[in-house]
Design a binder for this molecule. Structure first.
Ligand SMILES: [Zn+2]
Length: 246
């Protein structure tokens, strides 16, 4: 069983990610399941969730949706709660991109969402990169304040050598790292520093699709069989509500 915990479909700016491209990549590279987010949700927040759910309905349990939130959209936290109430069993995690939402991590507007993550046992996956919106330092501070919620630092800080992110992930029990756009050699270092139980496989597929197969192969070649099982399967099952219907 191989699981990709960070994929997309739809359009946003220069990114065009047809659902067929995502499924084609999964088929070609033996990915059994993926957690995915509709790029339209970037602006819409939770109000895009029901449309996104319809778009993936033909794929059954092969695709699980992120509930992509946007605290800058008025009423988004209330809509998020309604979506959780109605579709809880279809939601793999909550996700936010603080940079595109223009809401820095640590802002008070995240609090209602964190309460909901705690109540529904959902992980919050967060785009991270250095700077005032999405740094892992800010995310780690949220993780300290909310020990009942698991947090994933997607990219372990994009556009960095990832060592800063690793130091927080190693330290904070409910903070995890994902491999999206992280070179395999840095994933190896992250596992040595943080433990294989703290790192999950993610890719942003089908963005950079031409490198998907090579990225998976290189990463697998650098992991022991047990680490592979953790990074590509068991950590994802644990962190993304994939325990049933897997
Ligand atoms: Zn992404």
């Amino acid at each position: 069983m191989m699981i990709d915990t960070h994929t997309h479909f739809g359009r946003h700016g220069e990114w065009d990610c047809p659902l067929s491209a995502l499924i084609g990549l999964m088929d070609a590279h033996h990915i059994d399941k993926a957690v995915t987010g509709w790029l339209g949700s970037n602006e819409l927040g939770a109000s895009g969730f029901e449309d996104a759910l319809k778009m993936i309905r033909d794929y059954g349990n092969r695709l699980r949706l992120m509930l992509w939130i946007n605290p800058a959209v008025p009423g988004d936290a209330d809509r998020t709660e309604r979506m959780l109430h109605r579709y809880g069993d279809r939601i793999a995690c909550m996700k936010v991109h603080p940079q595109t939402a223009q809401v820095p991590l640590g802002d008070a507007s995240y609090e209602p969402y964190l309460q909901l993550c705690g109540a529904y046992g959902l992980t919050l996956a967060v785009h991270t990169e250095p700077g005032r919106f999405s740094s892992v330092e800010r995310l780690a501070a949220m993780a300290v304040r909310h020990p009942e919620v698991n947090f994933i630092a997607v990219h372990m800080e994009l556009r960095s050598d990832h060592s800063h992110a690793m130091s927080f992930i190693a330290e904070q029990p409910n903070l995890f790292g994902d491999t999206t756009f992280v070179p395999a050699s840095d994933v190896r270092i992250a596992i040595d520093r943080c433990g294989a139980e703290k790192i999950v496989f993610g890719s942003d597929a089908p963005i950079m699709s031409e490198r998907y197969g090579a990225t998976i192969e290189k990463l697998q070649s650098m992991l022991s069989p047990q680490e592979r099982q953790q990074v590509f399967q068991s950590n994802a099952i644990r962190l993304f509500q994939l325990g049933s219907n897997v």
